[in-house]
Design a protein. Sequence first.
Length: 281
Amino acid sequence: MATVTTMRDRLSEEIGDYFKGTTSSDGADGYQLIDSELAKHDDDELIDKYNSSFKIETVALTASGEENWAVSKSGTTVTMRGLYSGIIPNNTVYSMHRLFSAAQKDRAIERMRKSIFPTIFLEAQYEITIVADQYTYDLSSASFEDPNGAPRDVLLVDSQDTEETLPLTNWQIVPGQTNKLKFNSLPAAGRTVRLIGIQTQTLVNYDDQDEELLVAFAARSLFNEGVQAAPGDVAGRSGSARDYWTGEVARLIRSNKKIPPAIREQLGYELISSDQSFLAP
């Protein structure tokens, strides 16, 4: 079951920007975060080479979920530009972000989750009971997210729950009206009709294959924007990373069996051909 935190961690791992630690002492004030493990990191690198940020992960703190950017580091102690909501005590779990902030990663994940629909989608069902001489039915409660709230399949269901697909010629979405289904040939009154549509997939319903594709999309989006406040040598590698993740997205789309073959090929081709830097030798 994916969450924003687990997806952020996975994205961080994939782009080489993952670090989680636990504080080893109480901070002197709300600006300080102290961890003996930080002594292994070069002081100047975290401040000058990267615009490093630190997000508090421990839930039971007032500062839980807060992210601040480091302004200086001396050995085991990092001093923040902004003030946390309280002193960061010993045994606090935190994450460090150098290439992109936690907030940037979260926005990329959410933005890509929405934009890749319907490449990744959640199948939804809705049932109606046929009323004599009623040809039009309101589907607004179905919450289908195809254009005009249209279902992808309309199935006639018998008492043994056996499904029979109704031909496209038997039904239509009323022109100019959202969520209105009209039967051209009305099934018998009292029969159950099951509608199959799609909705935007929520993270909790993602499987590993969905997560892998979302991470690739988010990574490509991040590197397309460029590394946060980075010097030339780091920023210069953003283009190469973007090209790599463009290829990964195309590969994952083409290997995802849940996406119809024709759509897989079309999406993969359009993604690569739209990025000329990826095509360059």
